[in-house]
Design a protein around this ligand. Sequence first.
Ligand code: ADP
Ligand code: MG
Length: 259
Amino acid sequence: MSLLKVSGLGKSFGGVRAVDGIDFELAAGELLALIGPNGAGKSTTFNMVNGQLRCDGGSIQLNGQELVGLKPRQIWRMGVSRTFQIAETFASLAVVENVQMALLSADNKLFSMWKAAAAHRRDDAMRLLDQVGMAAQADRPCSVLAYGDVKRVELAIAMANEPKLLLMDEPTAGMAPKERNELMALTKRLVLDRGMAVLFTEHSMDVVFAYADRMIVLARGRLIAQGKPAEIRDHPKVQEVYFGSGKTFEKSGSVKEAV
Ligand code: ADP
Ligand code: MG
């Protein structure tokens, strides 16, 4: 059985049908890329799955349990996590303290004194940092880290509730190609090690084709194709609707103008 089962999911903003009745499934241990042009409805889909946005209709089931109508925090408790950018207020905290804050939150102690974070589950925080290759930088403030390292810490924070499903909306935005590949390779390893499922959006087709197990393609709120990267690469509807006529995929997966 699928871990996540989305059916007939829809959302309008005024007259704009941002997500227009989409269906897809996601299995444990699967890295699923959600792609599509700007405005296709990717972020709207994410925000309905994590409960930030209320859908107009449809169903989102996690292991057979309905998520529609639940609060973001309840959905998070059921094992659906997402990556967040580290807030500016937390950037001055040490790397390990940021992860400890996330563990406090997972333990429902967010409102205890901040001072308590320093003593809270430091070993567990270090274990999470070790998983993302950041243990050696645990005591540095986040504000001094390289951009790619901040992204690793954000990943460790998202793992604090031991998610079954991790949502990453444009995780590699603003990253250099090398950093992108490192972050996705790390994500892939977490998926394999923990049997976690990941749903992510990504602009770089090189990254998508290199790391996604499967892809779904949105255009104007509709799901126009799904399949393995090789199938999507050759899909005429995707090439036309997503890339525009006169463009095609190169073998590498980047978009190329047809000559
Ligand atoms: P993507 O993430 O694929 O770029 P979005 O899900 O952000 O697309 O947006 C899908 C459509 O919904 C767009 O037309 C966008 O302008 C519209 N939209 C998204 N969020 C809102 C909002 N909060 N209010 C009004 N319109 C929105
Ligand atoms: Mg978006």
